[in-house]
Design a binder for this molecule. Structure first.
Ligand SMILES: C[S@@+](CC[C@H](N)C(=O)[O-])C[C@H]1O[C@@H](n2cnc3c(N)ncnc32)[C@H](O)[C@@H]1O
Length: 295
């Protein structure tokens, strides 16, 4: 399991009985997590210190309850990157902290390729980030030197990604923001002849594009990986898939990359679980899985 261990402004304190307890900067949040199927001492001082808690409603959905003063949004840092944190719908906070393990893998690869291309007087590194949400990965790889095409179906998420990019001090021309369905966008890019040196995709367990297009990982993931493989440049660097969908194993995800890319281009595929280590006791919380191809 790959643990995102580089955070100072974020901490998973504990998890259990279907919830997790986290510190985001100066605020402690308590929210549901279906993976946390073990017991926890929720009467303990740390759990009772939560500043806000997300309650699931019996009819689906839910909402945040502020137990103390929590601002509308505040910021956290990860190295030189900065992000807004917010009490959002669907128990979200605006950042998936476990993704820092992917940022730490992708950023140095981008930086090395960008430096080599610059030294050789060639063009920069172009990266496609699909299902790009509030731009965690976008900010990390753009700061490392990539020019990023950031695609998300939700206009509101694009606005938040722009805020995060500005907060991290990225030059405005480093990221191109697209509100579109991921599959439709990649099809168009192939027709237009646009190619990318690296791809990151983090599809939801379930979702809809702006035109109501249904995203179902077990059907759509392989099709999209194959499409993205056709949109790779002649000198691809990496292809990273992240998935939260229950029932998709790291090996299945890796097999998608082996079939779509490694079978044609060679290179290496690795896959595994992502997780967060809790500070209160020696239990790591599983947070989905990843597969990575690199040349
Ligand atoms: C799991 S989140 C991605 C997390 C993100 N990569 C990160 O680490 O911060 C999924 C995102 O996919 C977007 N989405 C859902 N269906 C989509 C579709 N068909 N095309 C493009 N984006 C979609 C949602 O708006 C949401 O922002």
């Amino acid at each position: 399991m790959l643990l995102a261990g580089g955070w100072k402004d974020f901490e998973l304190i504990d998890s259990g009985y279907g919830e997790k307890l986290e510190r985001w900067g100066g605020y402690v949040l308590r929210r549901p997590d279906p993976q946390a199927i073990w017991p926890a001492d929720k009467n303990g001082a740390k759990w009772r210190a939560a500043d806000a808690v997300y309650h699931r409603s019996a009819t689906g959905g839910g909402g945040w309850e502020r137990l103390r003063d929590v601002p509308d949004r505040w910021t956290v840092g990860y190295g030189s990157l900065r992000f807004y944190v917010q009490l959002m719908q669907f128990k979200h906070t605006g950042i998936f902290p476990e993704q820092a393990a992917n940022w730490d893998w992708a950023a140095p690869r981008i930086a090395a390729a960008a430096a080599a291309r610059e030294a050789a007087g060639r063009g920069g590194v172009r990266l496609l980030n699909l299902f790009a949400y509030t731009g965690g990965a976008t900010v990390a790889v753009a700061a490392a030197g990539a020019t990023v095409t950031h695609v998300d179906a939700a206009r509101g998420m694009i606005a938040k990604a722009k805020d995060n990019a500005a907060l991290s001090g990225l030059p405005r021309d480093r990221v191109r923001y697209i509100v579109d369905d991921a599959v439709k966008f990649v099809r168009r890019e192939i027709k237009r002849g646009n190619r990318y040196d690296a791809v990151i995709m983090d599809p939801p367990a379930y979702g809809r594009g702006p035109g109501g297009e249904l995203w179902k990982p077990e059907r759509s993931l392989c099709e999209l990986a194959e499409l993205c493989a056709s949109a790779l440049s002649g000198e691809p660097i990496f292809f990273l898939i992240n998935a939260y969908a229950a029932g998709i194993s790291p090996t299945s995800l890796g097999n998608i990359l082996s079939v779509a890319i490694a079978s044609r281009l060679g290179g290496r595929v690795a896959s595994g679980e992502l997780g967060l280590a809790a500070s209160m006791r020696g239990i790591a919380l599983p947070c989905g899985c990843f597969a990575r191809w690199e040349a």
